[in-house]
Design a protein around this ligand. Structure first.
Ligand SMILES: [Zn+2]
Length: 98
């Protein structure tokens, strides 16, 4: 037996549904294997504090930024961070400046 078992069909295109983490828009993402073909942009998983499940505590002062440094002490949820085409474009424009 030389034939390998096919565990994943890399050539099949699947559609998944996500919501934009910025504006909450419903997105239809087309993926081929683990590559996103269209529909949105994925930035990985982020930890987000759960309101009412902890508090921010000042841990110091950042002289460079001139502001207090706070740390979240409490529960967090891990969520996937997605942006729709519009929010992604907006982000790019913001980075380039006015
Ligand atoms: Zn959006």
């Amino acid at each position: 037996m030389t034939q390998k078992l096919k565990t994943k069909n890399k050539n099949s295109i699947i559609e998944i549904n996500k919501t934009c983490s910025v504006c909450g828009k419903y997105m239809r993402i087309l993926m081929e294997g683990d590559k996103i073909l269209s529909g949105g942009h994925y930035f990985g998983e982020v930890k987000v504090p759960i309101p009412d499940k902890g508090e921010y505590v000042a841990t110091g002062y950042n002289k460079d930024l001139g502001c207090k440094v706070c740390k979240w002490l409490g529960e967090e949820i891990e969520m996937e961070y997605w942006e729709c085409e519009e929010c992604f474009k907006k982000g790019e424009e913001d980075e380039l400046g006015e």
